[in-house]
Write a protein that binds this ligand. Structure first.
Ligand SMILES: [Zn+2]
Length: 445
């Protein structure tokens, strides 16, 4: 492993012989090799990247120099779809059968029984410590927002956002079944105000319900009038009759919605016939909707046998049509989704694991193309943090160094050590111990 001891907290230093994906470098012209990579020297001053130049061209007389010996440097990661409020409840509330319905019921029971401000805060903080240690700097979390939970979780989110503001930019998105709006009781205005006050985005789970179009229009008006973006959980099922994605695209065009719309999951798109899927994807592209796939969680929940049936082997991968969407110019990204809760029993908010899994599940590999943007620059742009997710001349010295010399070496050893720099300083990458949560969760594993 590269020895960083020589840096010794230096204010200014040079990293030499670093390998970078050219699509993630801004402010310097580099020529890419056949894998889209280039070898560079990077000079850091204070908290900023002050020079990026082809390897061997920067003045080596810097006070501190570390030769990365072709090891890769990536910008810190962006995780654009998580559920920090659900995270880590698995030890006290497992999924009885691994199904989506099982997950919904288990989380609902746990929320009603246990989600006090203290409980939500402690689990969020634990998750953020994991994400930070792995090298993530920007996160969107969905927040279960059915009353009375909205009044508990949103104030906690605002506190946590403030506590973490110097380490992770955190944003919330509301989450409730869109059928909740059938009640016509003013909930949409209440939750939109809450979201606006927390600088978040308005979100819901869409279902094929009679008043879907009406509710989508109402959400778009509520978002537009407050300057909010939208984020939907969409068609997370293998049922080809789940077709809310096209309805969201039509609503966006009908309302001339000017904000950004991110749609997550969209699994059923992959179960529809080509002609229908093509028509939907054309409209998604026309409406400028961005798509996030959650490959680990989808692979876990999709293709399960129904409750009561014997366990069987899943026949499909659960993911949406990421390649076909990207070919149409749609912004496509991948993210963590759930961690150690009934929707996904595993996960630790490690974007190397997410990217590695996504590559294997969705074949993001031959050619690897610019898919690394799906966990860096693309979600940074959609989350309106264009300063993040790239290695930028004059930008923040927030990056990760690896021993692996290309993405294939990194993905072959996704748990290999990495070094995370934030504001030009190495951070402690030790992970929090699960034992810290034992008292909160009420039992040992
Ligand atoms: Zn989700």
């Amino acid at each position: 492993m590269t020895d960083f001891a020589g840096l010794n907290g230096a204010e200014s230093f040079l990293l030499t012989n670093a390998t970078v994906p050219v699509v993630l470098v801004e402010g310097t012209r580099l020529s890419a090799d056949t894998y889209g990579l280039a070898r560079v020297d990077i000079r850091v001053e204070g908290a900023s990247i002050m020079e990026i130049a082809p390897a061997g061209t920067l003045d080596r007389a810097a006070p501190a120099t570390v030769d990365l010996n072709a090891g890769m440097v990536l910008p810190t990661f962006v995780d654009c779809h998580t559920h920090l409020d659900k995270g880590h409840i698995w030890p006290r509330r497992a999924n009885p059968d691994g199904t989506f319905q099982g997950a919904l019921q288990a989380v609902s029971q746990d929320r009603v029984a246990n989600w006090s401000a203290e409980d939500v805060r402690a689990r969020m903080d634990f998750s953020l410590r994991c994400a930070y240690a792995y090298g993530t700097s920007l996160i969107r979390t969905h927040i279960d927002s059915l009353p009375p939970q909205d009044a508990i979780s949103w104030p906690v989110l605002r506190e946590v956002m403030s506590d973490w503001s110097d380490r992770i930019s955190l944003h919330g998105a509301s989450l409730f079944g869109i059928d909740r709006l059938d009640a016509d009781d003013g909930f949409l205005e209440t939750i939109a105000d809450r979201v606006e006050a927390a600088n978040g985005v308005l979100g819901a789970v869409t279902y094929m319900i009679p008043r879907l179009d009406e509710h989508l229009d109402a959400m778009m008006r509520a978002a537009e009038s407050r300057g909010l973006d939208l984020d939907f959980h969409v068609d997370e099922t293998s049922d080809p009759e789940a077709k809310t994605l096209v309805r969201i695209a039509q609503a966006a065009l009908r309302n001339r919605f000017s904000g950004r719309i991110l749609c997550g999951h969209c699994c059923s798109l992959a179960c529809q016939d080509d002609a229908e899927a093509d028509r939907t994807m054309d409209l998604v592209a026309k409406a400028g909707i961005a798509i996030v796939s959650l490959p680990m969680c989808n692979m876990y929940l999709q293709g399960r046998r129904n409750p009561g049936q014997a366990p069987g082997t899943p026949r499909w991968r659960g993911i949406t049509l990421v390649h076909e969407l990207k070919r149409r110019g749609v912004s496509v990204m991948v993210a963590s989704d759930n961690t150690r809760d009934p929707f996904y029993a595993y996960g630790d908010l490690d974007m190397v694991e997410v990217f590695t899994s996504a590559t294997r599940i969705a074949h993001l590999d031959h050619p690897a193309s610019d898919w690394i943007r799906a966990v860096t620059a693309t979600p940074a742009d959609i989350l309106r943090h264009p300063e993040q997710g790239r290695i930028r001349l004059g930008g923040g010295a927030d990056f990760i160094t690896f021993a692996g010399r290309n993405l294939f070496e990194i993905m072959a050893r996704p748990s290999a050590p990495r070094t995370v720099f934030r504001n030009g300083k190495r951070i402690d990458t030790a992970l929090p111990d699960y034992r810290e949560l034992d008292a909160l969760l009420g039992e040992a594993p």
